[in-house]
Design a protein around this ligand. Structure first.
Ligand code: ATP
Length: 346
């Protein structure tokens, strides 16, 4: 079976890292892919006036999965001054409510923390992707008004489905989930916790914990090895996933999968990193690992085996001292690292 994959390389370092993920997928024995590339993002806005042309969006649903690089550029904004974020529009319009963001330490030298070894940090952040504090993000900004406000929306449906997804993920891992909230202060968060508790009762075999977000920021730095699956609101997930990425080598090490009931978009957690774009400095590992998550989600046994092959290759390459791009303390370019990973796939 040939899988049809829509490629959205996007802006900044997006095309550079996407090319390396395609290289890894093409190196997999026994799997076949047909890639079709589409233009979306800040570059497309400059070309056509629309960062996500409707015809392109409509076509994405024809594909088995979408692999995305990164979108947006700081200098390209809507007239309101807000950056364009078609990757967020995609999550909302395709109802990709579950953001899976695995964080794993591959080499002791990648972390700023002391006395850790490869594998000592291995957690999965599950981010609610379609509501929370992002729910009114498209409201116009009134610069003349005396105040501005955003709404933190938690719906029963939104909370139930993301909590259920987190418990299901925990069943595939160490059967522990922690809800990260602010239930002591915000009624919306107390509501989220109430629903988490209801869902927890459906999974008596999974240990459920509840931790305030401020405490979690502290614990992630002090004792990240204590956690397995974390589930949280959209904005908290956005912030904590960058913090967690910083514990394992930075944004170039943080893959993600945005999954709904029918569609999946796979992309690194990072943005377009314009500061390093076009220099061959971007770390492609996050995107390569996002491609592995895509294979797991596609789900045929050969695809799951392909995902494991990619992860083993990344593990093997990064276990060597000094291997990697500059952000990891290495000297390889984006394509050199992508090539050694592809060559390590067996
Ligand atoms: P967004 O809000 O769109 O997610 P951001 O503002 O958080 O983006 P990023 O583009 O993710 O910013 O970049 C944050 C920092 O991480 C920058 O210094 C950038 O160079 C670095 N960075 C991001 N991705 C990579 C990568 N793949 N390899 C190396 N460094 C990266």
């Amino acid at each position: 079976m040939t899988r049809r994959i829509a490629l959205l390389p996007g802006d900044g370092i997006g095309p550079e890292v996407t090319a390396e993920a395609v290289k890894a997928l093409e190196a997999l024995p026994g799997l076949s892919f047909e890639f079709e590339e589409f233009s979306m993002g800040a570059g497309e806005y400059l070309r056509s006036g629309d960062p996500m042309p409707e015809e392109t969006f409509a076509r994405l649903r024809e594909f088995d999965a979408v692999l995305l690089g990164a979108m947006g550029l700081p200098g390209v904004r809507w007239p309101s001054g807000i950056e364009m974020t078609p990757q967020l529009d995609l999550r909302e319009r395709m109802d990709l409510y579950c953001g899976l963001r695995p964080i794993r330490l591959y080499h002791a030298s990648h972390t700023p923390l002391k006395d850790l070894r490869s594998g000592d940090i291995d957690l999965l952040l599950v981010r609610e992707n379609t509501e929370g504090l992002f729910s009114t993000r498209l409201n116009p900004l009134d610069r003349e008004a005396d105040s501005a406000e955003d709404r933190l929306l938690i719906t029963r449906r939104g909370a139930e489905r993301v909590c259920r997804a987190a418990f299901e993920q925990a069943r595939l891992r160490s059967r522990r989930v922690a809800l990260v909230d602010k239930a002591n202060v915000l009624p919306s968060m107390a509501y989220f916790r109430m629903i988490f508790d209801e869902v927890a009762a459906e999974f008596p075999d999974v240990e459920a914990d509840r931790i305030y977000v401020d405490a979690m920021a502290l614990y992630l730095v002090q004792c990240p090895g204590r956690f397995d699956v974390l589930v949280t609101e959209n904005m908290f997930g956005d912030i904590l996933s960058d913090l967690a990425a910083g514990l394992v080598g930075g944004m170039g090490m943080a893959p993600s999968a945005d999954i709904g009931d029918r569609h999946g978009v796979f992309q690194p957690s990072h943005g377009s990193a314009p500061d390093i774009a076009g220099q061959g400095r971007a770390n492609p590992v996050a995107t390569v690992l996002s491609a592995a998550m895509m294979l797991d989600w596609l789900g045929a046994p050969a695809e799951r085996e392909g995902a494991a092959r990619i992860r083993r290759a990344v593990e093997q390459v990064l276990s060597q001292d000094g291997a990697g791009t500059r952000d990891l303390g290495g000297r390889m370019s984006t394509s050199e690292l992508g090539t050694v990973i592809s060559e390590a796939i067996i």
